[in-house]
Design a protein around this ligand. Structure first.
Ligand code: E4P
Length: 218
C-alpha cells in the first residue's frame, strides 16, 4: 500500500521523504490554511512537490465544472507531481472527466459511499478518497466502505486506486492494509506511530548495554 502524508507542512514532508517513509502527499484547503499564514498557498504546494518524489494532491476550490477545470489546469501546470483533487459532486465529476481527457491525474475527494466511488471511477478518477475517520466520527463504519469499494472495483476490474483517507490511528492503517486499499493517507503523528514499537526500544537498549559491557569498538 502506498503511504501518503496528509499535511501541508513542508518540514514534516521533508523529514518523512528523506527517510523514504512516504510515496506522496495529500493536501486540502484546511491543511494549507493551517500552515500558510500570509504566504500564497500555491508556493507551498510547489515546495511540497519539490520535497517529495511522488504524487501531491492539491484541491480546486470552485464549485462549477468550468472553473474547477481551469483551477485544476493551473495546479497541474505548477509541477509534474500534481494530482488535482476535485470534490465528489456532479460538477466535480464533470471536471474529473475533462481533466482526465487532458491527461491530468485526478483524486476525487470527499467520498462517503460505494455508489459515489463507482461514479467517480466511471468519470475516470485516478484515485478515489473515501474518508474513513469522518464516517467513524458519526458512528458509521468507515472501513466497511473500503471493503465495499474494493469489492466493486475488483468485480469490474476498475483501475481507479482506492486512497483510504482520514486515517486517524494505526489500527485504521492495519485495516486499510488488510482490506486491500491501494494507498492510505495519514498525518505525521500516525506515520511515526506505525514505526514505533516498545519491544524494539527495549531490545535495542539491551543490545547496546550488552555491547557496552564488552568495552569494545566496532
Ligand atoms: C484526504 O485527502 C483528506 O485530506 C484527509 O485525509 C482528511 O482527514 P481528516 O478527516 O482527519 O481531516
Amino acid at each position: 500500500m502506498k503511504i501518503f502524508l496528509d499535511t501541508a507542512d513542508v518540514d514534516e514532508i521533508r523529514r518523512a521523504a528523506d527517510a523514504g517513509l512516504i510515496d506522496g502527499v495529500t493536501t486540502n484547503p484546511s491543511l494549507l490554511a493551517k500552515v500558510a499564514g500570509d504566504r500564497d498557498p500555491k508556493e507551498i504546494i510547489l515546495e511540497i512537490c519539490e520535497a517529495v518524489d511522488g504524487p501531491v494532491s492539491a484541491e480546486v476550490v470552485a464549485l462549477d465544472a468550468d472553473t474547477m477545470v481551469s483551477e485544476g489546469k493551473r495546479l497541474a501546470g505548477l509541477h509534474d507531481n500534481i494530482v488535482v483533487k476535485v470534490p465528489l459532486t456532479e460538477d466535480g465529476l464533470r471536471a474529473c472527466r475533462r481533466l482526465r481527457s487532458d491527461g491530468v491525474r485526478v483524486n476525487v475527494t470527499l467520498c462517503f459511499s460505494v455508489t459515489q466511488a463507482h461514479l467517480a471511477a466511471k468519470a475516470g478518477a485516478t484515485y478515489i478518497s473515501p474518508f474513513v475517520g469522518r464516517i467513524d466520527d458519526i458512528s458509521g463504519d468507515g472501513m466497511d466502505l473500503i471493503v465495499q469499494i474494493r469489492q466493486v472495483y475488483d468485480n469490474y476490474s476498475i483501475e481507479t486506486e482506492i486512497l483510504a483517507a482520514s486515517l486517524r490511528h494505526p489500527q485504521h492503517v492495519v485495516q486499510a492494509l488488510l482490506m486491500g486499499a491501494d494507498c492510505g493517507t495519514l498525518p505525521a503523528k500516525v506515520l511515526y506511530q506505525l514505526l514505533k514499537h516498545p519491544l524494539t526500544d527495549l531490545g535495542l537498549e539491551q543490545f547496546l548495554a550488552d555491547w557496552r559491557s564488552l568495552g569494545a569498538d566496532l
